[in-house]
Design a protein around this ligand. Sequence first.
Ligand code: DX5
Ligand code: ZN
Length: 213
Amino acid sequence: MDMKIAPSILASDYANLESELNRISTSDMIHVDVMDGHFVPNISIGPPVVAAIKKVCKIPFDVHLMISEPLKYAEDFAKAGADIICFHAESDDDTGETIDKILSLGIKAAVAVKPGTDIDVVFPYLDKLSMVLVMTVEPGFGGQSFMEHVMPKIEKLREIGYEGDIEVDGGINPETIKIAAKAGANVFVAGSAVFKSENPNETISLLRNNARD
Ligand code: DX5
Ligand code: ZN
């Protein structure tokens, strides 16, 4: 399976987003973390910032909505330039309805599950999803440690024959990526590991190689 690296700009320098995006020019996707201070304690960025950076970056945008009301805001993020919208199964909105809304906007849909959520909640929707995001930390902050104990959720998804993308997010580095890839993940979000490194494009290449091993 194709291994894709999606650096999270949450770990980048928000004062210099355009040059930060140039440092990760070999990424497969740009992971944009959106936090509303309600679904998670933190607040990050919204549609105007996504629209602004979309103008200076051609790499597809993977928008991770850590917000309570994804149904209400999906259209704003699609218009801002999201290529895929990933929302949480634990949000306030109906999962099926939110997926249909995202698809009606002409973009791809993904569902995320927190570490404590059973993976079975996504099973009814797999035929409509391009990707499932299995969180490997509690959403809300960058720089946390990878939770290996969620790997059986990824294995279960592959066991039941899901062939779409499985993304992992949180604590991914050149070592933990091997564990997630072995379990069956093929899309890897990395914030700190990429942006806090001296040469982000070299780190992306190292991560990709380690995922392929
Ligand atoms: C956590 C975010 C992640 C975060 C990952 O709530 O969803 O995308 O930026 O950061 P690292 O790679 O530093 O764990
Ligand atoms: Zn994320």
